[in-house]
Each structure stands twice: as C-alpha cells, then as structure tokens.
Design a protein around this ligand. Structure first.
Ligand SMILES: Nc1ncnc2c1ncn2[C@@H]1O[C@H](COP(=O)(O)OP(=O)(O)OP(=O)(O)O)[C@@H](O)[C@H]1O
Ligand SMILES: [Mg+2]
Length: 452
C-alpha cells in the first residue's frame, strides 16, 4: 500500500507511536479506509478496502471513488460535497459495485483532514460494509410491507364478511317479514272468501224473505179493506153484537194494527241484513278487480260493520266523514289497515271508551284518523309498533303483525302514518294516502318509518 501526501501519524497530545505500528493499525483496520486528495483522487486504501471492493490497491490508487458507485438515487452527493467543503464530517450510506459488478452497501464517515497550517489536505473515508444488514433491513421492510398488505387485505376481507353478514341479516329479516305478511294476507284472504261465501248464502233467502214480506204487507192491506167492507154489511145483521164481542175477545183491531208493525219491523230487519251482506261483499271484494276507484268512506263503513262486534261492548263510535274524492287503491288491503287500527283501538280500551273515526282531504291527499281514549303507547313502544311480531298483548291475543302489515300496505299506496299517543290518555293514528304521486308533498305529517 502507498501513502502519498503528509498524514500525521500521532494521536493528538498522546504518546508518539511508531509509524510502522500506526500503519499496521490502519492497514489491518476492520473498517475500509480510503484517503483521497481534495479533488477526490485516491491516495491510500487499506487491506479491508481491497477485500470489500475486489480491487487491488494499485487499481484503486489514482482513481476517483466514483469508480465504486452503484446505482443513482441512493446517496445525495451534492449534500456530501457541500458538507465536506464546509469543513464538516459527512455520514451516510453508499450503494456500491465491486470489481465483479456485484452490489454492496457501505456506511461511511468521511472527514476532511487539515495540515498544520489548517489547509485542507485530504479526505479520509472510514467505511463499514453493511450489505448483510441492508439485506436484513430490506427483508424486514418487505416483510413489514407484506404484513401491512396482508392486514389491509384481511381488514378488507373482514369488512366484506361483515357486509355479507349484514346483508344476510337483512335478507333474513325481509324474509321473515314477507313470510308473516303472506300469512296475514292468506288469513285475510280466507276471511274474505268466507265472508263472501256467507254473504252469497244469505243473499238468496233474504231476497225472498224481503219480497214475501212486501207481498204480505200488500195482502194484509187488501184483507183489512175487505174486512171493513164486510163489516159495513153485517152491521145490520142480528148477530152483529155477537160478532163484535168475538172481535173484541180475539183483539182483532190490535192484531191488525200489530200485523202492520210486525211486517214493517221485519222489513226493516231484512234491510239491515241486506246492508250487512253488502258490507261483507264490499269487505271481501271477491266480485271486483284489485285496484279500483273507491270512496274510502264506503270502505270505512264496511270495515266498521265487520269489526263492530269487537267494538260495541267497549266503546262508542263517533264518525265524522267528509265527502271524499275517489281514490285509486286496493280497497281490500285498505280495509285490512282500517280493521287493524279499529281492532287495536278497541283492544286498547277497557270499557266505556270512545273511538273517533274521521276522514278528510286536501288537494293532494286523503286522511283517515282513528282516535281512541285507551291505554296509549309509551314512547319506547311507539318506535317499535311497526316491527313485525312486536306485541304487548298476551300470548294468543296478539301476533304483533297488524301494524307491520298495515305499514307495508300504506307504504305501497305511497302513503304514511302519523301517530300521536299519550300513555293513559289514548292514541290517534292518521293515515295519509296521496290522491296521486307522493304523499310527502301534502300536509305536514312526520314520517314514521317502521322498518328502520
Ligand atoms: N291504539 C292503540 N293503543 C295502544 N297500543 C296500541 C294501539 N295500536 C297498537 N298498539 C300497540 O302496538 C302493538 C302492535 O300492534 P299490532 O297491531 O301490530 O299487533 P297486535 O295488535 O299486538 O297483534 P295483531 O297481530 O293481532 O294485530 C300492540 O301490541 C300494542 O302494544
Ligand atoms: Mg293489532
């Protein structure tokens, strides 16, 4: 090895060392040592430097360290030179290439060396070969990156699974709701069919009962007329007194009067039966197409007739129906909604209650409200009444389906519910049904979403 220039071979103010020893210290140093002129020309390399770079010392001397440079972009050489030219040490890493072209990494400490006059005489680079550490670091970085990616993809997978689970939950809830609605619809359909069957059976005999009663009334009138004519003739008969006494005894006058009343009453009764039959038919609507133009008041009347038995022992019914424009709707389904609301109102009342039924309209919608002075609904339960299977009624009395079905039907008609209820005072359900299009555009009714 060769040392040109004038390096100091003493250690500060310590004892002077033999030059040969100092040279051995440098030569055999486990770090690579390169000494360059201020312009970068290599003037000394130690054994370790040769071992690491694969070059012999003669091949390196006189060269510039850039001979060893690997790829661009790893070391900021501008900053390196600025630091050194400012007389400061530079510490950093080099991406290098050895004589056979293999890449290796070095951690370097480069210091400017000054002569006794304080002039820059050399640069001293002490370098440690750190390829295996770099490799381990890169490996670690790669592993960390892979782990991060893995954890990100696991998070993504987890989110996917969570979403699928939620979709499944929702599908299950929808399925359950649909099943319950189908059950309820089937129930209503069979009630409707039954009602229609009964109505049909009653209709025929009622037809001839009414017609016969009317004939009977005419016949009776004729017979009374005839009797009065005969009476006039027999007044002069010697048996008139006897006949008069007999007439009195048999209460013929009262009998004739009462016959008339009896027939009138029976005709009245027959008319009532006719109306009930008509209501049953309206309720079941088996004779009509599903969607039609309907007067909702008629629909309400027929519903009342059907549920009257549930109401009559518990509450008075007050009706306040405004004249309504016809609504294009499915009356059978809406009858189902009104049935549920009326039955709920009756069930909320213990006794001597009052149920108010109102109908009105504005330019865009028809409104029907059913108000009771029953037990009322707590705020907590108000949020749940439209959930399928939510019931506060004892087992066997409520299935908890009425309101959820009603909600679906009203929603299907583009309408919505409003509920105003106070515990202990009563509840008022208002159904808003748009005459056409969206109900939201009409009066200010807050949305009671039951399926959220
Ligand atoms: N008018 C009302 N007054 C008080 N509570 C009511 C009224 N209407 C509904 N509710 C409450 O809402 C719950 C749900 O009503 P919904 O009609 O859906 O079911 P249900 O009446 O219990 O059973 P069903 O399926 O037989 O109708 C009722 O159990 C009751 O607690
Ligand atoms: Mg109910």
């Amino acid at each position: 090895m060769n040392v040109s220039g004038k390096p100091h071979l003493s250690c500060g103010s310590g004892p002077q060392l033999d030059h040969a020893v100092l040279l051995q210290v440098i030569e055999q140093n486990p770090a690579s040592i390169i000494l360059t002129e201020p312009d970068g020309t290599i003037v000394y390399v130690n054994q370790r430097c040769c071992a690491v770079t694969g070059y012999r010392a003669e091949e390196l001397l006189g060269q510039n360290p850039r001979l060893l440079k690997g790829a661009d972009g790893y070391t900021d050489y501008r900053q390196l030179w600025q630091t050194l030219q400012a007389g400061r040490q530079w510490r950093g890493e080099f991406h290098n290439r050895n004589k056979s072209g293999e890449i290796f990494w070095e951690l370097a400490l480069i210091s400017p060396i000054f002569d006794e006059q304080g002039n820059l005489s050399h640069y001293l680079a002490i370098k440690e070969e750190i390829s295996s550490r770099k490799k381990a670091e890169e490996e670690l970085e790669r592993t960390v990156a892979e782990a991060t990616q893995l954890s990100a993809s696991m998070e993504f997978k987890n989110a996917e699974i969570e979403q699928q689970r939620q979709e499944l939950d929702q599908a299950y809830a929808e399925l359950k709701a649909t099943q319950s609605q189908m059950l309820q619809r089937e129930k209503m359909a069979s009630i409707g069919q039954l009602a229609a069957g009964v109505a049909h059976e009653i209709n025929n005999p009622m037809g001839f009962i009414s017609s016969n009663l009317r004939s009977l009334k005419t016949y009776l009138g004729k017979m009374v007329g005839y009797l009065q004519t005969v009476e006039k003739e027999v007044k002069t008969s010697p048996r008139w007194d006897e006949l008069k006494a007999e007439r009195k005894k048999l209460k013929i006058d009262f009998l004739l009067d009462d016959c008339d009343d009896l027939i009138d009453e029976s005709l009245d009764g027959a008319e009532r039966v006719r109306k009930i039959v008509q209501n049953l038919k309206t309720f079941s609507r088996v004779d009509q197409a599903e969607e039609q133009q309907v007067d909702l008041n008629e629909c309400l009347e027929s519903t009342i007739a059907i549920v009257w038995n549930e109401i009559k022992y518990k509450a008075k019914l007050e009706k306040d129906f405004a004249e309504l424009p016809e609504l294009h709707c499915n009356p059978q389904e809406l009858a189902q909604v009104f049935t549920n609301l009326l039955v709920n109102a009756a069930q909320a009342i213990d006794k001597d209650g009052l149920i108010r039924l109102r109908s009105w309209h504005d330019a865009s919608s028809i409104y029907v409200s059913i108000e009771d002075n029953g037990c009322g609904i707590s705020e907590e339960n108000q949020a749940r009444i439209f959930e399928p299977f939510f019931t506060t009624k004892e087992v066997g009395k409520g299935t908890g389906l009425g309101m959820s079905i009603s909600y679906e039907i009203v929603k299907k008609h583009g309408g919505k519910f409003e509920l105003d209820s106070t515990v202990g005072k009563g509840s008022c359900f208002t159904v808003c049904l748009p005459l056409a299009g969206d109900c939201a555009a009409s009066e200010d009714l807050t949305d009671n979403d039951g399926d959220e």
